[in-house]
Structures are given as C-alpha cells and as structure tokens.
Design a protein around this ligand. Structure first.
Ligand SMILES: Cc1cc2nc3c(=O)[nH]c(=O)nc-3n(C[C@H](O)[C@H](O)[C@H](O)COP(=O)(O)OP(=O)(O)OC[C@H]3O[C@@H](n4cnc5c(N)ncnc54)[C@H](O)[C@@H]3O)c2cc1C
Length: 503
C-alpha cells in the first residue's frame, strides 16, 4: 500500500476502477506487467458501474438499445449493427458465460419479450424485428397473444402480439462483476489503490508523473477509464482530441423480491429514441423497472431522485403489468449515461494525440457487455506501443465468491456453520445474509456499509437496512478496529453516526 508522499513506479496505470478499468486490470495481470489501478472512491464500482441495469445483452435487446440510444439523431441503425462497436459487444457477450464461470459471478439467462398493444406499436415491433436480424446472439420469434399469456399471466390485457428473444439477455448484479474482477486482479498481483484521486499528470522524459491524493505514481503508460470524469482526467494530460461529454440521467425503481414469479421475462414496450419502458426480473427475485425518458442534463452530479420521474416510472410499469403498485417499491436510484460528442454512436478508444502512451477509453453504453473485449483491444493497443506481453505462468484464472448462504442446501449450511459459527447468525433477515458472509466481505476489502451490501446483499431487501444497518455497522467497527463514528455509507460525506444517544 502506498502512503501519502511516497513515489511508486508501474508499467501501466489505470485511472478508474469501474467495469472498464477492472476488466483491463485483470486482462493485464495475465502478463508479466506491473499494473496499478487508482480510484478516487473508497471502493470499486462506485461510478456509473454502480447504477448499471446489470444486463449483458445482444439480440433483440441490443436492437432495442440501438433505437433508444439514437436519441432522435437519425443514425443509420443497420450500419451500426456492422461496426466495430457491435463486434466488441458480440465478443463480450459470447465470452461472458466463461468469465462468469471462472469468477463465480451469479448470472441468469432470461428471455426478453417485447409487446404491442395497438397498430402503432405493432409497426415499431416490425421495424425492430427487421433490425434484430442483423444483431447476433438472439433467438427471436413472433408470439401470439395466447402464447404471451401462457408465458406472462400478469401482463396487461391490452396486449395483441409480441416478439420474444430466448437467448440474447443475461441478468447479473453489475457491482458483483466488478468486485469479482477486483479480487482476481489483486490475487494476480495488481496494485489497487482506493480513495486515491488522480490530481495531475505530467509527461517527463517519456514517463508520466501522476500526482494523486496518496502520493506520486510514475508510469510508462496511462489508461484513462474515468467514466463520467474522463474529460477531466484527459485534460490533466492535455489528451483530448476535441471531444466533450454529454450526460443523460434516468431513474429506476427496484421492487420487492416477494413479487418473484410475477414476471418471467424482461418485458418491454416498443421504444422511441431516448425513451425506455421495460421491467425485468433480477437474479435475486426483485423486479427492476426502467420507465421514462433519458433526460439530458448539464450537471453530471444531478443524481437526486425526483417525484416526477418516480411517478412516471410507476405509471409506465402499470401499463405493462397492471398489478404492480407503488407499495411494491423498495428503492429508487438515478444513473447518468455518458456519451462523447465526437463519436456519439461509438466508443471512444483512442491514443492521446499528444502522447500515444496515454489512452482514453470511454465506452458508449452498454459498457458491461463489451468490457472483456474492450480490455483485450486496449492490451493490443499497448502492445503496439511497445509494452512487452510475456505470459505470466502462475496466472490464477479462478476466483470463488463469498458463500451465498441463502442458496445452500441444509446439508451445506450445516457444514459451513460447523466450520465457522458466524454462518449460523443471520444479520439481514430480508435477504438471509449471515454474519459469516459479512465478515468475509470485510476481509476481502469492504470498508463501507455499501461495500458490504454490494458483496453480500445485506441491507438490500425490503427494510433497506432499518433492521440490519446498525448490526452491520457493529461488525464493520469490530472487524476494522475503528470507532463507529468514523464509518460511512459510501465514503467521506456519508457518515452513519452523528453522535451518541447517552444523556
Ligand atoms: C442507468 C444505467 C443503466 C445501464 N444499464 C446497462 C446494462 O444493463 N448493461 C450494460 O452493459 N451497461 C449498462 N449501462 C452502461 C454501463 O453501466 C457503463 O457503460 C459502465 O458502467 C461504464 O463503466 P466505466 O468503467 O467506463 O465507468 P465508471 O463505472 O464510472 O468508472 C469510472 C471510475 O473512475 C473513477 N474516477 C473518476 N475520476 C477519477 C480521478 N480523478 N481519479 C481517480 N479515479 C477517478 C470513478 O470514481 C469511477 O469509479 C448502464 C448505465 C446506466 C447509467
């Protein structure tokens, strides 16, 4: 670990520990290369990656995504199915099952059903069916009203016909993917410095001198994976080739897992540019709702939820599944999608015009789907710039997840409790998460309440930490050896305890 003021040297410095930075870090640890990752936040996956819809997708959903993200600009969508971005998306999608297997990431293949309720929506479905045939990964067929009711008994009675894709979508939990990459990259020798903000970058005699909040790092190559702050990091190295970032926010709802089985597929309405209407069942049983418009925002920090967005999403979800109501909502959050205005319809993966040993990597949504193939592409770009890529003979490809107590058989539970009694103590009742899992999450790097949540799901259920929050805080304080007053929800500015209750 680097202390403030200490200088450290590395071959490759990655700025940003989101899905892109961590995928690249893990890819580089396959070679005998010194890799360092820094992130300004106290944990990985705290930028855009935290708010991802958590779908890995191609097929019909990718076609739908092309229409939505056209944002009214009138791109040639058919041409977009043939470009390099689509190739990277396809490769990432194709490789995901094997990555999930190696890194023990919970994932579930789930069907996608697009429904029409009138002639106008039917026309839109026809256009999407045409577009989807150019996108790999899907198994798409028309479905009649009767078939739809067989699949989805709770769907709106207004439905007249639909389009179904049985193979193009995989549901995950985004932060879990990033955390798995982080743990595996660490085990394979990457240096990962959290709460370490990049402040300035200077190029001196072919080396980058990077000033951070935790000291100086000297690097041969710098990769800018800073997500919605990629412009600011690029400016530190004068590495912007005339692009700016454009931001769109949208608000999502998460519904109670007691609704498990209410829907069996991702269900959507035919989209318009910049408008999303779909519901999907997450692997853990909750339903996730995206309903409403992409709101263009000037302020990238505008992540407050609003009543207007909330009401909009409720009315839209009820247009698809009328029995869902406000009382089923357990939380709501905002994600900020980031585009670059130079290649609005494409990723921006480019050498800095000033110094090609600095590379900007700004993924165009979706980012989880192509992350592994983007990582390989950037490694190739580094090799072209002279980075030696000798295989690391002792690379460890596998990582094991923290035991998920709730999914174990009685026998497995008994065995685990016999090994460690903490697994017999349930802390989060909504999600059935044990003290053993929480202790293990802290051992693996969680230092905040949110870090524990993302690693174990403790606190992510119906009660939203009202029951288990103080108990998790006790465990965090005990395991980290810190006073409770110093602990935070997700870093400085988010303290959990203001003072004692003693008189
Ligand atoms: C609402 C929403 C839904 C989405 N749904 C999906 C989906 O279903 N499937 C899919 O594939 N994609 C989806 N996406 C897109 C996907 O989430 C993003 O493409 C992806 O998370 C971007 O990852 P990233 O690593 O580039 O950026 P980030 O995750 O933002 O990572 C950048 C990191 O850089 C750090 N950083 C910034 N500045 C500095 C600095 N100066 N010093 C140090 N660190 C710094 C930040 O703290 C951050 O952790 C969705 C996006 C949104 C907003």
């Amino acid at each position: 670990m680097m202390n403030s003021g200490i200088t450290q040297e590395t071959d490759v410095l990655i700025i940003g520990a989101g899905i892109i930075g961590m995928s690249l870090a893990r890819e580089l640890t396959k070679y005998q290369v010194e890799v360092t990752v820094i992130d300004k936040e106290p944990d990985v996956s705290m930028g855009i990656s935290k708010t991802s819809g958590s779908l890995i997708y191609m097929g019909l959903f990718q076609a739908l995504s092309l229409v939505i993200k056209d944002l009214g600009r009138g791109f040639d969508l058919e041409a977009e199915t043939q470009n390099e971005r689509m190739k990277l998306l396809w490769e990432g999608f194709r490789d995901f099952d094997s990555i999930a297997h190696d890194l023990d990431i919970a994932h579930k293949h789930v069907g996608f059903l697009l429904i029409a309720r009138n002639d106008l929506e039917l026309q839109k479905i026809n256009r999407l069916e045409h577009l989807a045939q150019f996108v790999p990964g899907g198994t798409i067929r028309r479905v009649s009203r009767d078939e739809i009711f067989d699949m989805e008994p709770n769907i709106t009675p207004d439905v007249i016909e639909g389009l179904h894709d049985s193979t193009g979508t995989i549901s995950i939990f985004g932060p879990e993917y990033v955390i798995a990459l982080y743990e595996n990259a660490l085990e394979n020798g990457a240096h990962i410095l959290l709460a370490c903000e990049c402040l300035d970058i200077e190029n001196k005699k072919g080396r980058f001198i990077v000033q951070t909040s935790r000291g100086t790092i000297v690097a041969r190559y710098v990769i800018n994976c800073a997500g919605k702050y990629a412009d600011k990091v690029a400016d530190m190295a004068q590495a912007r080739s005339g692009w700016n970032l454009v931001f769109y926010r949208s608000q999502a709802l998460v519904l109670d897992k007691r609704l498990e089985g209410t829907i069996n597929n991702i269900i959507g309405l035919p989209p318009d540019p910049g408008k999303i209407d779909f519901l999907y069942p997450l692997g853990e049983g909750n339903i996730h709702v995206y309903g409403g418009y992409y709101d263009h925002i000037g302020d990238r920090e505008f992540t407050d939820t609003t009543k207007e967005n909330y009401d909009d999403a409720i009315s839209r979800m009820q247009q698809i599944v009328p029995c869902l109501s406000e009382k089923h909502i357990i939380t709501s959050y905002v994600g900020v999608r980031t585009f670059n205005d130079k290649e609005l319809e494409d990723n921006l993966i480019e050498y800095s015009p000033r110094d090609p040993n600095f590379i900007n990597v700004l993924v165009r949504m979706p980012g989880f789907t192509p992350a592994s193939s983007i990582a390989k592409k950037v490694v190739d770009m580094l090799e072209s710039r002279g980075l030696q890529l000798n295989d690391k003979p002792n690379f460890i490809p596998r990582r094991q997840a923290i035991p998920r107590f709730r999914f174990l058989s009685d026998l497995e539970k008994e065995k685990l409790i016999a090994q460690d009694r903490c697994y017999g103590h349930v802390i989060c009742r909504c999600e059935t998460v044990t003290e053993g899992e929480i202790v293990e999450a802290i051992r693996r790097g969680a230092t905040t309440l949110q870090g524990v949540m993302f690693r174990t799901r403790a606190g992510m259920g119906r009660c939203q930490r009202n029951w288990c929050g103080p108990k998790i805080l006790d465990i965090l304080a005990r395991e980290l050896g810190k006073p409770k007053g110093s602990l935070t929800f997700k870093g400085e500015g988010y303290r959990l305890v203001c003072g004692g209750t003693e008189s």
